[in-house]
Design a protein around this ligand. Structure first.
Ligand code: FES
Length: 159
């Protein structure tokens, strides 16, 4: 018979090793995030860093956002909208999410387009697959600008 898991004291702080273990993120990366102001800790009397438990949600958010290609500076801007004096509430995260909706919609559209056109000519100028002759004869799409012209959904200002 399985024993019940021990109840977790949600107000207890975590060491950097505990954060690394639970989040799956190396200690060195956590220190990097902290140096960039993405997460914060306080010093215990022993001078060791201690983290509020909600840091796990912040780290998870950072990891997923990075995985879908969002720049660390944009992640930092988004996290800066959350309160630092207490664990962010659902409403705080909802506000952050609402601010990012357009950005995420754009990325989803780009990923969908990538998925749907990977076996077709993407207008990159390579002329390497049979569909290029039809879709981009003589690389005529080069006149529209650089990059994979048939993959571009919205040209971002920083692209
Ligand atoms: S796939 Fe590169 S130009 Fe067609």
């Amino acid at each position: 018979m399985k024993s019940k898991p021990e109840p977790i004291d949600r107000s207890a702080t975590l060491s950097v090793g505990e954060v690394a273990q639970r989040s799956g993120v190396p200690v060195s990366t956590l220190h990097f995030y902290e140096s960039k102001g993405l997460i914060t800790s306080h010093r215990a009397p022993s001078n060791h860093r201690r983290y509020a438990r909600d840091v796990l949600r912040r780290v998870a958010f950072i990891r997923v956002a990075q995985r879908v290609g969002i720049a660390l500076a944009d992640i930092s801007d988004a996290l800066a909208t959350l309160p630092t004096s207490a664990a962010p509430s659902r409403a705080d995260w909802a506000r952050l999410s609402a601010g990012w909706r357009a950005e995420l919609d754009e990325r989803m559209a780009q990923l969908k387009k990538l998925r749907d056109t990977l076996d077709d000519c993407i207008g990159c100028g390579c002329l390497s697959i049979d569909r290029c002759r039809l879709r981009n004869p003589g690389d005529k799409l080069a006149s529209q600008g650089p990059g994979a012209r048939r993959l571009v959904v919205i040209q971002r200002a920083d692209d």
